[in-house]
Structure formats: structure tokens, C-alpha cells
Design a protein around this ligand. Structure first.
Ligand code: MN
Length: 405
């Protein structure tokens, strides 16, 4: 498709293999700074993430705390749709805690992991490669006594000696792992490295393809490549993408769920993978997460940032008014951003502002409206068009007005 072609409808698009979405917002995301959630917030997010259509929801790390254990168990009991997963180190007490926490779920998964790079084996675990293999065999087999569905992750897979990684994968499969997740734990890979690792593993372990063992990607964004690496892995035969809402997670975060879903939907011509994500729920889910943790998406964040669809430059605005396709590769509505029925600007009055907030589901008291109106006029002095996202941002505590610029 060239950029001048008319947009193609979804029916015209090729339908390729299904990619499974594994959401780790409540595990890898929740364990990162500023992202701690209470049990009620986790349950609320879990319901929302389930309604978004993810295939697997990693609800937490059962052994980490009693609170985690209880909240995974509540999610397993109350949230329907996705497979509910709990993380566990390759330790008996971890696996038992994980097994207990997912018990109420109709479909549960134990996700167990052990570091396999020489650096991690020596510095972190102080065990030999042989001891690691024994531990993996024993603990994956133990997990299988509790669950049909067991995922194994060799932590730091991308820095693990390749021959040893192959051995690790063979041992995990032999012990009963049904999904093999090869994480780029430290976010060091570039796309061709990451893809090559999966091609090697598939070529050297034919039973992966023959027996339908699911390969999974888990990428961190330390070099800003988490989404690119995940895509490269999928092109190399991976069928499961681990990701998080707003890309939250350890350090620079995980691959962003909304970016992956938007890429598969917008560029189905080149990446014809089907998925189960309900696109119109992306933005509301991103907003809900921002309410539960201490930060939202950066304003310039793809898909869900406040400026993702804001056309500020005059020449862009003119183009978008004539035909949105001039600068929009997808519509804000398609990812669930509320439709702009009325453009607010610095000449808009309090009544119009109040009315728009009502449309956005926010009822303001008179003093609140006065405060927000003041912020609104300041913002309108700097920004030609005020979008609904801007208005929702104005409702949040504003430590410095200059942050809005
Ligand atoms: Mn991680």
C-alpha cells in the first residue's frame, strides 16, 4: 500500500497466524517504581485488561507477598476470559504458592523462570550450568503436577551462551513446559539478534514446531527497541507477545501493548497477524492505568499519549481538516479516544467547558470548574486546539502549570 492509496478495509486484508497477547501490567509493570497498586486497583485493572481481549493475564508474583498471593487468587476467582498466570522462581515454595493462587481460575498458568546466562549463574545464583539444568527439569516437572499450562523463561536468555540455551530449552520441554519465553531481560538486543535467537532455537529443536510448543517474546525498552524486537521475534515464528499497558515495567518498561496492537491493525498489509485485542478499549485502559499508578503515558507516547492525535502545526491542521488521511494513519476514535464534537479554544466560555466535561463523564463543582477554567485558558494561550485528552489531563493535580506547555 502506498500512502496515496485509499484506506483498505479489514475484510480486504490477509488473515495470518494468530498472535497471543500476554499482559504483564500487573506483574512486571506493577513491580516497577511508582506502579504499586492496591488489591482493589489490581482487580479493577484485571477486569479491564480481560475486556481488552488479552489471551493471558499475568496477575502477579505469588511468593512476593501475602497481598500479591491474595490478589492473584481474587483475580483468578473473579476475572473471566484470559488464562490467569502467576510467576514463580524455580523453587518449590514459589511454585506451590503460584499453584495455590491460580487454583480458582478455569484456566491457569504457572510461569516459572531461572537465569541462564553465565553472568547471572555466577553472580546471582552461584550455581553451575549443570545445577541450573537439574533445577529447571525438577521445577518445571513439579509445576506440571499442578497445571497443564506451564511457561518456562530462561531469564537473560539473550545473553545466554547459545548452545547452553538450546540445552535449557530442550530440558524445559522434556520436563513439560508448554510455552517457552525467551526474554531480553536487560533490553540489550537489536531486532536482528533477537529474531536470530528464535530462528536458531526453532532450527535446532524441531519438536518446538512439531509439537506446537509456543515461543514467546518478552522485551524491555532500555534501548527503545522493545516493540521492534517483539515484532522481529514474531516474524521469526514467535506466537506470543508479552507486553504491558502504557509500556510499564522494570526500568524503561516492557513492550507497549497498545503499540503492538495498533501496528498489527494498521499495517495488516505487511504484518498479517490476527489478534483478539479490542482496539476501542486501548485508550480507556491506558487512562484507567494512569488513575491507578503515579504516572500516565508521556504526552508524545504513540497511540495513547495526549498529543498522539493532536495536530498543532497550522499546515497539519489544514491538511487534517481537508482530509484526515493527510496526517492520520489511524483515527483517534479507532483506539477509543473520545470524539471531538466541538473544538474548544481560548474564546470558549465556562459553559462550553463544563458541557464538554459532562460529555466526558466528569461532573465538576463550581469551585472545581473555576480552577480548571483558569488552567484551560492558560493552556489555550499556548495550544491552538484543545483535545479531550488535554481536558482530562487538566483534571489531574498540576504541580507546575509550565508542565502543560
Ligand atoms: Mn521483565
Amino acid at each position: 500500500m502506498s500512502l496515496t492509496d485509499p484506506p483498505v478495509t479489514q475484510q480486504d486484508q490477509p488473515q495470518g497466524p494468530r498472535v497471543l497477547f500476554f499482559d504483564t501490567t500487573l506483574r512486571d509493570g506493577e513491580q516497577s517504581p511508582g506502579c504499586t497498586m492496591h488489591a482493589a486497583e489490581k482487580l479493577r485493572m484485571a477486569h479491564q485488561i480481560a475486556s481488552l481481549g488479552v489471551d493471558i493475564l499475568e496477575a502477579g508474583f505469588a511468593i512476593a507477598s501475602e497481598g500479591d498471593r491474595d490478589s492473584i487468587r481474587t483475580i483468578a476467582r473473579e476475572v473471566r476470559g484470559p488464562i490467569i498466570a502467576s510467576l514463580a522462581r524455580c523453587k518449590r515454595e514459589d511454585i506451590e504458592a503460584a499453584a495455590h493462587s491460580i487454583e480458582p481460575a478455569p484456566r491457569g498458568r504457572i510461569h516459572t523462570f531461572l537465569s541462564t546466562s553465565d553472568l547471572h549463574l555466577a553472580a546471582k545464583l552461584q550455581i553451575t550450568r549443570e545445577q541450573a539444568l537439574d533445577q529447571i527439569a525438577e521445577m518445571v516437572a513439579l509445576a506440571r503436577t499442578y497445571a497443564e499450562d506451564v511457561e518456562f523463561s530462561p531469564e537473560d536468555a539473550t545473553r545466554t551462551d547459545r548452545d547452553f540455551l538450546i540445552k535449557v530449552c530442550e530440558v524445559a520441554i522434556e520436563a513439560g513446559a508448554t510455552t517457552l519465553n525467551l526474554p531480553d531481560t536487560v533490553g540489550y538486543c537489536i531486532p536482528q539478534d533477537y529474531a536470530q535467537m528464535f530462528l536458531d532455537v526453532r532450527a535446532r529443536i524441531p519438536r518446538i514446531d512439531a509439537e506446537g510448543i509456543v515461543l514467546s517474546a518478552h522485551c524491555h525498552d532500555d534501548l527503545g527497541l522493545a516493540v521492534a524486537n517483539t515484532l522481529a521475534a514474531i516474524e521469526a515464528g514467535v506466537r506470543l507477545a508479552e507486553c504491558a499497558i502504557n509500556g510499564i515495567g522494570e526500568r524503561a518498561g516492557n513492550a507497549s501493548l497498545e503499540e503492538l496492537a495498533a501496528i498489527f491493525t494498521t499495517r495488516r498489509d505487511k504484518l498479517p497477524y490476527s489478534h483478539n485485542i479490542v482496539m476501542s478499549k486501548l485508550y480507556p485502559t491506558s487512562q484507567m492505568l494512569a488513575e491507578c499508578i503515579t504516572f500516565g503515558a508521556a504526552p508524545n507516547k504513540a497511540i495513547v499519549g495526549a498529543n498522539a492525535f493532536a495536530h498543532a502545526a497550522g499546515i497539519h491542521q489544514h491538511g487534517v481538516m481537508v482530509n484526515p488521511l493527510t496526517y492520520e494513519i489511524m483515527t483517534p476514535e479507532s483506539v477509543g479516544v473520545a470524539h471531538n464534537s466541538l473544538v474548544l479554544g481560548k474564546h470558549s466560555g465556562r459553559r462550553a467547558l463544563e458541557q464538554r466535561y459532562v460529555e466526558l463523564g466528569q461532573t465538576l463543582t463550581r469551585p472545581e470548574l473555576d480552577t480548571i477554567y483558569h488552567r484551560f485558558t492558560e493552556l489555550a494561550d499556548r495550544k491552538k486546539t484543545i483535545y479531550d485528552q488535554d481536558l482530562l489531563t487538566l483534571l489531574k493535580p498540576q504541580p507546575k502549570v509550565s508542565a502543560l506547555a
